[in-house]
Design a protein around this ligand. Structure first.
Ligand code: N7H
Length: 513
């Protein structure tokens, strides 16, 4: 398929990303599969934003910004609403397009063939996030929001509709239209007099709201986010700068593209696995820890701004985005604020950027021979700003939760999100083979994403101190609390029109868990 055709087939949040200042996540449960399919068919053409449409939106934003710069009149914010949809394994099963009963299905020759041809591969997708991460001991069930926990053994989320916009009022309008599409009574088509059905084809057990912070571009800890994304061969036309990571094969993000070893069914082509994870951030506690520890890290303590340097060490970027690898001593060069032109060389040392800094753990660049675990991130902040009372108490209030709705795409959850979280972020000894330079305890845990199993060492990170091997090490608290989430598959436009809305592959008793 040509790239032009693919852009019309791929959903726009996967690539190039939907422009979003505001986002509603409408988590849904399918009640009447046949009717849902009928409505989904028309929904795809009427509402889903493709990659091509998202590119057009981005071009409009760029044009408005250029015009504003030339004219000196501030650019108007364009509404640009967008909509994407993705399905959990339970949602595909509700449509008869996924089975949890492999053994029973395989007893029937015909169904067994269908299974081989059509079942999405990837055990973690089938399990769902709860079984994967609670089952493996990473997530603490007590900390998860009830909506993300199975109730009486049943998972509550079949899928998610993600609605985005640049202005709150446009988002509200679009969310209403999306809900109406699935909830209205048949024939009740006029938006002014629409009637909601008492027996709709789906329900929305809960919704989550994301919105960018008033300090645009910055997430709640105050770091500039959304700087580095993998460049995708065939889609991203910009050439990487000399030290920037090379473009990756599109098969790391899209099913059945070059570089995807999963051998997914034909219908999955141009789709991508989506992970949504609610990560609560304890902002006043993070600030307090930085304040309390700013003199415990040798090079930070000696710097002009110890607290900011310590924060930069944990992230691998200063709060304004400047990479520590390019500018270890200060964050004052505007040319470096959004730079991505670094590779951590020489990689046998961490004189500049700690081996275990968040961005070094999550994209090790020169520390690896090749990129093999790569994700596209599309998260958005949620929750209120820190209040003066919380600041004074240096403690988050129970009522004022805030965090990141972490969203990422990959062609294989085990090799993407799961690998990054469990094998890299949470592993004190990754990046590998650094013990000679950081001592026997290894680089340390990712201060932002690292999770600790009971038998793991206490949370700590090794830091530069000018010695060889470095000896400086600092104990870390936990400021990011995983509150749950789910694994989804974002199908292509064609898959929704031609396969998912078609007749079921399995009878309900053989599909369902
Ligand atoms: Fe991270 N943050 O805003 O503080 N992340 N992240 N992340 N993250 C990055 O380069 C953050 C999380 C990655 O290419 C930056 O765009 C926060 C998870 C990857 O150099 C900042 C949370 C996972 C990169 C943050 C969080 C990742 C990255 C630098 C949770 C994967 C790109 C800005 C609350 C499982 C690395 C930028 C590269 C960068 C923040 C979570 C992965 C500032 C607050 C769960 C791959």
């Amino acid at each position: 398929m040509s790239w032009v055709a693919r852009k019309a087939n791929i959903q726009g949040d996967v690539w190039p990303g939907l422009p979003k200042r505001f986002q509603t996540f409408l988590f849904f449960k399918i009640r009447k599969p046949d009717e849902f399919k009928t409505r989904l068919r028309s929904f795809v053409d009427e509402h889903i934003t493709t990659a091509q449409e998202a590119c057009d939106m981005k071009n409009q934003i760029l044009a408005a910004k250029t015009k504003a710069k030339d004219s000196g009149v501030p650019a108007k914010i364009l509404p640009l609403p967008g909509v994407n949809i993705a399905f959990a394994s339970t949602g595909l099963a509700a449509l008869g397009k996924f089975t949890f009963n492999e053994a029973a299905v395989k007893k029937d020759r015909n169904l067994s063939k269908i299974f081989k041809k059509n079942q999405l591969r990837g055990g973690l997708f089938g399990k769902g996030m709860y079984d994967d991460l609670v089952g493996e001991g990473w997530d603490e069930p007590k900390e998860l929001r009830s909506q993300f926990k199975p109730s009486a053994g049943k998972r509550l989320i079949d899928g998610v509709l993600m609605v985005t916009a640049s202005r709150a009022e446009d988002l509200r309008y679009k969310v209403l239209r999306v809900k109406e599409h699935f909830l209205k009574e048949p024939g009740s088509d006029d938006p002014d007099t629409v009637r909601y059905s008492n027996d709709p084809c789906l329900e929305f057990p809960f919704t989550s709201q994301g919105r960018t912070r008033p300090e645009k571009g910055k997430e709640h800890f105050g770091f500039e986010d959304g700087i580095s994304q993998p460049l995708i061969e065939g889609l991203d036309e910009v050439a990487p700068k000399d030290k920037e990571p090379k473009a990756v094969k599109s098969g790391l993000i899209f099913a059945r593209h070059d570089g995807d070893p999963m051998n997914q069914p034909e219908w999955a082509e141009d789709g991508s696995f989506l992970v949504i994870r609610d990560l609560q951030q304890l902002v006043p506690e993070f600030e307090k820890w930085l304040e309390d520890n700013k003199h415990n890290a040798p090079f930070a303590a000696d710097s002009d701004d110890p607290k900011e340097k310590l924060a930069a060490y944990l992230m691998g970027r200063w709060r304004n985005g400047t990479p520590v690898d390019e500018s270890p001593h200060h964050d004052k060069d505007p040319n470096l604020f959004r730079s991505n032109n670094f590779d951590f060389h020489p990689v046998d040392k961490h004189d500049k950027c700690p081996f275990a800094a968040h961005i070094r753990k999550m994209r090790p660049r020169g520390d690896l021979n090749h990129d093999h675990a790569v994700i596209i991130r599309r998260g958005i902040s949620y929750g209120d700003e820190v209040t003066p009372e919380e600041k004074a108490a240096q403690k988050s209030s129970e009522e004022k939760e805030r965090g990141l709705m972490f969203v990422c795409y990959q062609s294989d959850i085990r090799n993407g999100f799961n690998f990054l979280t469990t094998r890299w972020a949470s592993n004190h000894h990754f990046p590998d083979r650094k013990a000679n330079f950081v001592g026997e305890h290894g680089p340390g845990i990712d201060a932002i994403v690292g999770q600790r199993l009971n038998h793991h060492p206490e949370r700590s990170i090794g830091l530069p101190d000018g010695k060889h091997p470095t000896e400086a090490r600092i104990g870390l608290d936990r400021w990011v609390i995983p509150r749950g989430g789910e694994y989804f598959f974002t199908p292509s436009i064609k898959a929704m029109k031609e396969y998912l809305t078609g007749p079921p592959d399995y009878p309900p008793e053989l599909a369902g868990p």
